[in-house]
Ligand binder design. Structure first.
Ligand code: AMP
Ligand code: MG
Length: 366
């Protein structure tokens, strides 16, 4: 299949391009498009054949449910059989935006989209391209992140192209996304709303609105392989760069020292090393690892890849760059990755949820 890559103005998407993309969706094909969280891989959410194509393009197990994206509140009616009071409150505040809610589904939503579940996850994105596409298509759009299953989610059209070229009909290139992490997912079908995946909208923000929120264990720690997850997708490996990755957590000076020690040893063994650092810590690594780098070089360049993820002064930069940094390690073909830890603040849980999954929950406390 020949994948069309179409540039589109994020602020004012042209009607002709949107119509062409919408036509593909209506005909049962797939279009990747930007949202405010990450790039989505869109297909008609009401068409099980389109859902099957999404799973095939991603190489994703088909029991991992898809999120249906809508542009207007009225579209919710045909998808969900009940709108709990908690959902009304959250939608009033955070839709359109980076929040997904899980509802009981109607018969109109095929099991092919929900991975066989009786519930359906729905989100109303705020990105102008996403909204224009959903409206023009005239159907809700199922859109998981537009990456190959297991790889870091795409935050630029180039990432989508890397993974999806030849697999889907079209990519709408609207530039870099804003937030860079997937939506917060809340299950509102139970007595107490349950946070399934942390995102830009934090547990604190949800508690402010709802009073009580349960945090699903799978959103913070590794899933017990024997346990029955709320959503099948929670048990799968995610975001993983090809190299082994370790997170070092604790007092910041101690973290940097430990990473330098580990990096020196790996360089000494002839390994290529990647380090996830910040604008603040970069100069420290450059200085401390100077000699290890020169002696390890021995004719080869790029034995050390210092990847600046953002600034601790503005954690939104860390969220924004996280997946791009994880992908960059694959491009550099590093053997070992060491990462600082980014707990705390509104985005801390969301960032650490992705980072820990990428590291296969391999964390060293110092
Ligand atoms: P994404 O990869 O961003 O498309 O997110 C899909 C994820 O949303 C799945 O892996 C699930 O964790 C979650 N999800 C989707 N539908 C449901 C559902 N009906 N119930 C619970 N979680 C869901
Ligand atoms: Mg995904």
């Amino acid at each position: 299949m020949n994948t069309q890559l179409i540039l589109i103005d994020k602020e004012a998407p042209s009607a002709a391009e949107i119509q062409a993309a919408a036509q593909i969706i209506r005909a049962g094909g797939l279009v990747a498009f930007p949202t405010e969280t990450v790039y989505g891989l869109g297909g008609n959410a009401l068409d099980p054949t389109a859902a099957a194509k999404i799973y095939a393009a991603k190489g994703r197990p088909s029991d991992n449910p898809l999120i249906a994206h809508i542009a207007d509140r009225e579209e919710l009616e045909e998808l969900v059989s009940e709108i709990p009071a908690a959902a009304e409150k959250l939608m009033d505040l955070y839709w359109p935006g980076p929040m997904t809610l899980v509802f009981p589904k109607t018969d109109k939503v095929p099991y092919g989209t929900t991975g066989g579940l009786e519930t359906v996850a729905v989100r109303m994105p705020s990105h102008p391209v996403a909204r224009a596409l959903i409206r023009a298509a005239g159907v809700p759009i199922a859109a998981p992140s537009a990456n190959l299953s297991g790889r870091p989610s795409p935050t630029k059209a180039e990432h989508v192209f890397e993974d999806m070229d030849g697999r889907i009909e079209m990519i709408l290139d609207g530039g870099e996304v804003g937030i860079g992490l997937e939506s917060t997912i809340i299950d509102v079908t139970g007595e107490v709303p349950s946070l399934l995946r942390p995102g830009f909208i934090s547990e604190e923000m949800l508690k402010d609105v709802l009073g009580q929120v349960e945090v699903d264990a799978a959103s913070v720690g590794p899933m017990d392989p024997e346990a029955q997850p709320k959503a099948p997708g929670m048990k799968y490996r995610h975001y993983a760069p090809k190299a082994d990755m370790t997170i070092i957590r604790g007092d910041q000076n101690q973290v940097i020292k430990t990473i330098c020690d580990k990096a020196e040893r790996a360089l000494g063994r002839g390994k290529k090393v990647g380090i996830v650092c910040t604008e603040e810590s970069l100069p420290v690594y450059e200085e401390r690892l100077q000699s290890a780098m020169t002696s390890a070089k021995a004719g080869e360049d790029d034995v050390l890849h210092l990847a600046v993820i953002g600034s601790r002064k503005d954690p939104s930069t860390i969220a924004h760059n996280l997946f791009d940094v994880l992908r960059s390690f694959d491009g550099m073909q590093v053997d070992r990755i060491y990462s600082e830890s980014f707990e705390g603040g509104q985005l801390g849980d969301a960032i650490m949820n992705r980072l820990k999954k990428a590291a296969g929950y391999h964390i060293v406390d110092v």
